[in-house]
Design a binder for this molecule. Structure first.
Ligand code: NAD
Ligand code: UDP
Length: 341
């Protein structure tokens, strides 16, 4: 019997490449498309090497609907996972139109083609950023979405709404939005991982680059927050666990186990970790000293957020399993691989 095929848009990127591996390991056929605006072919080669499968890759911009249509005509997938988007929060404030244009057009094109070409199942990469500064912790899927503080965050809220309305209106279209908390780490093979261009905005790549000597010193943005050690708290989710959540969610749609045409799941560990705890854990598990200093608060930072993951645990049958230490060891192994250390 032919394998069920899944389109992975943005599959050369950080989360997409790990998800491609997890899908293949779970028995799916994968087609990767990407315009390589924030990635390169090394990730695709990494996926091929890890899985031993010559995964098809097509260089396509999802904003180019006719080019995308060619992909839909060429491959018979029933399901798609849409990662293709820009994701730098700060840049989105400076260049909002770039973000609205890319993140909305690419998703609308995918949805229109799914409808026009009779495809059924779509997963969308959303974010815990939609919760803003929560009123109560941990956040559940029913916690209110807060007005976004960035155009990037707005695109996540808008795309969630577009998916909700489309799955309500168009018979045969089913969708799930996965709200990721803070993805980090890398594949244990160290063949794929996170490769930020320029100065990293996110904590873990900044830590690993500092440990590798690429950055001089990590700035911890604020130690005077109302948290036990004064630093901000997040729910850090291992990227391999996160990839597994995509397999669970797409399987639910493919096998028709969904309870509504549109569903939302938090994807986190359910545990809050402070910046300082994370830095200390990184030092301990990798047996090194990190050069860091306490700096001023970063504008717009949420003080603390972590997930209630009961819904994903119960409905998707998925749970994060990797420990903070395993994840931080994998992140460092990947950085060393990239730097040739
Ligand atoms: P990434 O930049 O590594 O991957 C995104 C990929 O999409 C890149 O390879 C990029 O080249 C590609 N792409 C962008 N626009 C495209 C277009 N128009 N057509 C084709 N390809 C395009 O980012 P990531 O961290 O893997 O994130 C994947 C998704 O998850 C994004 O939608 C992001 O907003 C979302 N997300 C990420 C995080 C995080 O912390 N990494 C958190 C929450 C949500
Ligand atoms: N952070 C930090 N120094 C950095 C980058 C991030 O102290 O160089 C902190 C940041 O203030 C936040 C946490 O690390 O409290 C996670 O930040 P990240 O940008 O990775 O994720 P997000 O803020 O989007 O949750």
């Amino acid at each position: 019997m032919a394998k069920e095929q899944v389109l992975v848009s943005g599959g050369a990127g950080y989360i997409g490449s790990h998800t491609a591996v997890a899908l293949i390991e779970a028995g799916y056929d994968v087609v990767i498309i990407d315009n390589l605006s924030n990635s390169d072919m090394n990730a695709v080669e990494g996926v091929r090497k890890i899985t031993g499968v010559d995964v098809p890759f097509e260089k396509v911009d999802c904003c180019d609907k006719e080019a995308l249509r060619v992909i839909f005509k060429k491959y018979p997938f029933r399901s798609a996972i849409h990662f293709a988007a820009y994701k730098a929060v700060g840049e989105s404030v400076d260049e909002p139109l770039k973000y609205y244009s890319n993140n909305l057009c690419s998703f609308i094109n995918i949805l229109e083609l799914m409808r026009e070409e009779g495809r059924e199942n779509i997963l969308f990469s959303s974010s815990a950023t939609v919760y803003g500064e929560p009123d109560a912790l941990p956040v559940t899927e029913n916690s209110p979405r807060k007005p976004s503080t960035s155009p990037y965050g707005n695109t996540k809220q808008m795309c969630e709404d577009i998916l909700r309305d489309s799955t309500a209106a168009y018979k045969g279209l089913k969708g799930i939005a996965l709200r990721y908390f803070n993805p980090m780490g890398a594949h244990p093979s160290a063949l794929i991982g996170e490769l930020p261009r320029g100065v990293p905005n996110n904590l873990v790549p900044f830590i690993t680059q500092t440990a590798a000597g690429v950055r001089e010193c990590l700035s911890i943005f604020g130690d005077d927050y109302p948290t036990p050690d004064g630093t901000c708290i997040r729910d850090y989710i291992d990227v391999v666990d996160l990839a597994g959540a995509h397999v669970a969610a797409i399987s639910r749609l493919i096998e028709g186990r969904n309870k509504a045409n549109y569903e939302i799941f938090n994807v986190g560990t359910g545990r809050g970790v402070s910046v300082m705890e994370l830095v200390k854990a990184f030092e301990k598990v990798n047996n090194l000293k990190l050069n860091y200093r306490i700096a001023g608060r970063r504008a717009g930072d949420t003080i603390e957020v972590w997930a209630n993951t009961s819904l994903a645990n119960e409905e998707l049958g998925w749970k994060a399993t990797r420990t903070l230490e395993e994840t931080l060891a994998a992140a460092w192994a990947w950085e060393k691989h990239v730097r040739g250390l």
